[in-house]
Design a protein around this ligand. Structure first.
Ligand SMILES: Nc1ncnc2c1ncn2[C@@H]1O[C@H](COP(=O)(O)OP(=O)(O)OP(=O)(O)O)[C@@H](O)[C@H]1O
Ligand SMILES: [Mg+2]
Length: 502
């Protein structure tokens, strides 16, 4: 018998039917994946189970008994913990305070910090993490924050743990740690509901999978009955295998030239070029310095030495607006903190970058904004209720598409994209790859930082590898191979393809 069952759940937001008659039936002790395209309704369903949203109609049963979940406290009491897709930590508090915020140990209003930190340390140790209970969350990286969210969910010792794209911000090693945690939880008899756009994870981890599409229930299958193709077909309702194919086209002028870029203790002597028509990957382990390198090109971080030239002319980029003026666009990996303007509308978000640059016109016409929005909505298959919807109410993947669309709409010729398809569904991924390919054909130069090697391998003409702040590889497409990239990324080898301009 099902352990937790959601029956005929409906949820309507103004202008969107997020869930209609959705069913989810999960057995005790299983890892149950929930998949579907961006905006399919996965997070909405989890927020209902977590007590964050109320449903319009439907029933929830746990262990055969009907239960009412009207608040987060109700949900916790029924033994459900949710790790939400958007991180919800308080940056100004410590790791320990964040984890135990709803139940700080102590007496008569005084927090027993020694006890608090001791408990937190025990949790941290159980996962073998390298953070301290007293670290402020504001000082942690995105992936460390994600781990804190996971610790917080574990601290409740709930029977049912829901993870909404927990790996989106994790590096490979952290993903392994998480796999270990999930397997251990399952061995302890806990039930896990797992949402991910990385199908490999779904196949690695889950016992069964439920597919949603456009707010509707499509079906539930044992993982053994499926292969990737069948699953994708259930998700998108069409065959997408032909959607993206790597295309070769000639390279043009040198658009960006980086020489000897260094920042003490972070990266050193980084040199590379980007030519019109090139899609270049940048691989490396978390902490290798790749984000800092590109941030310093974009003016978000000062470098100590080295130069940046655009179109053959050395430029001095001190802040992002300088970079945009030089035709360099940047998409951050940290969507929530820096990528979107959560309270602004869909239409405003798309033109924000350009607004600053062309602010001498004071006003940007709504019609122009609408036109840009229309173009990208179609190109990327973006879903939202209407153009004045607040960005923060879009599904996670649709927010990511926005960040990307905004960079593209800014008219930059050099695009630097960090983890561009994080949280984006399979269908849209293929469309974005296709879009990058056609942009490069039109003469854009694109640098893609990605932790997903299959992504780099499928879209890049060439890939740079960074190890401890230095370039250890410059590998052309025909020589690219996951093993070789990993060896360069871990300091086990260097490889500079012959004939490849660095
Ligand atoms: N608070 C809200 N207000 C208005 N609309 C919302 C709200 N939350 C979600 N929606 C809409 O409901 C639909 C389902 O969104 P949901 O976040 O559940 O999708 P998802 O399957 O989690 O997608 P993703 O893979 O992109 O995270 C979307 O069309 C979204 O715009
Ligand atoms: Mg979601």
């Amino acid at each position: 018998m099902a352990w937790i069952e959601a029956r005929k759940i409906c949820k309507i937001f103004p202008g969107v039917r997020a869930l209609s008659d959705v069913t989810l039936s999960v057995e005790k002790g299983e890892v149950h994946a929930v998949v579907g395209e961006n905006g399919a309704g996965k997070s909405t369903l989890m927020k209902i189970l977590g007590g964050l949203y109320s449903m319009d109609s439907g029933r929830i049963l746990i262990d055969g008994k009907e239960c009412e979940i009207k608040s987060i406290a109700d949900s916790l009491r029924h033994g459900i913990s949710v790790i939400y897709q958007e991180l919800n930590l308080m940056p100004a508090l410590t790791v320990a305070e964040n984890i135990y915020i709803s139940g700080l140990p102590g007496k008569m209003g005084c927090v027993n910090y020694r006890e608090l930190n001791r408990r937190t340390q025990t949790l941290i140790d159980s996962l073998g993490l390298h953070i301290r209970p007293t670290d402020y969350v504001s000082a942690l990286s995105v992936s460390q924050r994600q781990m804190v969210e996971i610790l917080k969910a574990l601290s409740h010792n709930s029977e049912i743990i829901i993870m909404d794209e927990p790996t989106a911000a994790l590096n490979n090693q952290e993903v392994e740690t998480l796999y270990g945690i999930i397997r251990r939880l399952r061995a302890d008899g806990k039930t896990i509901i797992y949402i991910s756009h990385r199908l490999r994870e779904v196949f690695d981890l889950s016992d069964r999978v439920t597919v949603l599409r456009d707010g509707e229930y499509i079906g539930t299958r044992a993982i053994g009955e499926l292969d990737e193709r069948k699953l994708v077909e259930m998700m998108v309702g069409r065959d997408i295998s032909q959607l993206y194919q790597y295309a070769v086209h000639p390279l043009g002028d040198m658009l960006l030239e980086i020489k000897g870029l260094s920042k003490e203790g972070v990266f050193s002597d980084v040199s590379f070029t980007l030519r019109a028509g090139e899609v270049v990957g940048m691989a490396g382990l978390m902490g290798c310095g790749r984000e800092d390198i590109v941030k310093s090109i974009y003016g978000l971080l000062r470098h100590d030495a080295g130069s940046v030239a655009v179109n053959g002319e050395t430029v001095d980029i001190r802040r992002p607006t300088d970079a945009i003026k030089q035709g360099i666009g940047f998409v951050t990996e940290d969507r929530k903190d820096a990528g979107i303007f959560a309270l602004m509308t869909v239409r405003e978000n798309i033109t924000l970058n350009i607004l600053r640059v062309i602010s001498k016109f004071r006003l940007i016409s709504a019609a122009k904004e609408r036109e840009l929005l229309d173009t990208y909505t179609k190109r990327m298959n973006m879903r939202y209720a209407n153009e004045v919807q607040r960005i923060m109410n879009l599904s996670g993947g649709n927010q990511q598409k926005f960040v990307l669309a905004r960079a593209l709409a800014s008219g930059c010729k050099v695009l630097i994209l960090c983890e561009p398809t994080r949280g984006i569904d399979v269908g849209a991924k293929a469309e974005i790859y296709q879009l990058l390919s056609s942009l490069s054909e039109q003469g854009y130069a694109i640098l893609v930082i990605s932790s997903e090697l299959p992504e780099i391998m499928s879209i890049c003409y060439r890939t740079l590898v960074i190890f401890q702040g230095r370039v250890t590889g410059n590998i052309l497409r025909d020589e690219m191979d996951e093993n070789l990239i990993m060896r360069c990324a871990t300091g086990g080898a260097t490889h500079f393809s012959e004939g490849a301009m660095l």
